[in-house]
Design a protein around this ligand. Structure first.
Ligand code: ADP
Length: 298
């Protein structure tokens, strides 16, 4: 849960300032991507943990309202839900303190409990806001069952375990790709070098998202840029989550990754054109009515 206060200016250390507004905004990469995938038309279950505080129930009920199945969400007693305390000043500068809370309590045994759910899915979409050993456990279940695995490697940990590169698709944004590879990305050529490096570490496909410049895709066919959609960007916060959720759906549906990346680009662009996170994730109808020819990748 993001607790967002707006203020005229951020307080200095030791200073107290009054908030101009306060909001409780549902967040979390996994939750945002689950909503993006559900709104893009898939049947989506989320696996995770919340605390036994009031935010836990609120997070779950909001996810259910947006069409995400939450029967595999677990509650950790005597623990707070994961949250971020976000202060934003009028200039747009912000400062963020986060509390890992129950997200840090999702252990490998929890995903073993939902083995059937993972095994019966088309796609497992992973992020890194839970312990890495749990991400690995979920990935292993999926791989053994032949379920497609997509990893959004965010937030980037100090060291990403080697086996986590061995997925069907890894989809970092430019700064994440840079953190993972140590390659400074300042254009298509350097993005391609980073993508090649991630591919050499074992990812079958690599998609580096580049905001208004679209997405660089790299795999055995080489590198190509999947074109962006033009929008007037107002809030790019959850663009990457919209991209990942929608891409996962379109890839499962069409089996065509270029087409899926194009659909992800459309979702990222539409998300960037609107303020807000989960409730403003683009629906399938919105995407298709805005860009009826999204399948044309040229
Ligand atoms: P993140 O939110 O993780 O930083 P990006 O900003 O790269 O990720 O956005 C993800 C995808 O959303 C991009 O690959 C692109 O297709 C789309 N997108 C994001 N911002 C814009 C924008 N301003 N205009 C058009 N498309 C955008």
């Amino acid at each position: 849960m993001d607790l967002v206060v707006r203020c005229a200016r951020l307080p200095q250390p030791g200073e107290t300032v009054a908030a101009l507004s306060y909001e409780q905004i549902s967040g979390g990469k996994g939750a945002n991507q689950a909503v993006a995938a559900a709104k893009a038309g898939a049947e989506v279950s989320i696996v995770g943990r919340v605390g036994d505080d009031a935010f836990g129930q609120l997070l779950i009920s909001r996810l259910e309202q947006l069409g995400v199945h939450c029967s595999s969400m677990m509650v950790t007693p005597q623990c707070e839900s994961g949250m971020a305390l976000i202060s934003v000043e009028e200039s747009g500068q912000n400062s963020i303190v986060y509390v890992e809370g129950a997200n840090g309590r999702l252990v490998p045994n929890d995903v073993l409990q939902v083995r059937n759910l993972i095994e019966s899915s088309d796609t497992l979409l992973l992020q890194l806001e839970i312990p890495l050993e749990t991400v690995i456990a979920a990935m292993q279940i999926a791989k053994q069952a032949g379920v497609r695995v997509i990893l959004d490697p965010a937030p980037v940990p100090p060291s990403l375990p080697a086996e986590l590169y061995e997925v069907d698709l890894i989809c970092p944004n430019e700064s994440e790709a840079q953190q993972l590879t140590g390659i400074m990305i300042d254009g298509i050529e350097t993005a391609e070098a980073a993508a090649k490096e991630l591919y050499s570490r074992g990812a079958r496909h690599v998609a580096i998202t580049m905001a208004e410049r679209g997405t660089l895709l790299f795999d055995e066919k080489g590198a190509r840029v999947v074109a962006p959609f033009k929008v007037n960007a107002v809030d790019t916060t959850a663009a990457g989550d919209a991209f990942a959720g929608a891409l996962a759906v379109a890839w499962a549906e069409t089996g065509n990754l270029e087409m899926a990346v194009r659909f992800g680009n459309a979702a990222g662009a539409l998300a960037a054109s609107k303020a807000g996170a989960q409730p403003s994730m683009p629906s399938r109808e919105e995407l298709i009515s805005q860009w009826p020819h999204w399948q044309e990748t040229d």
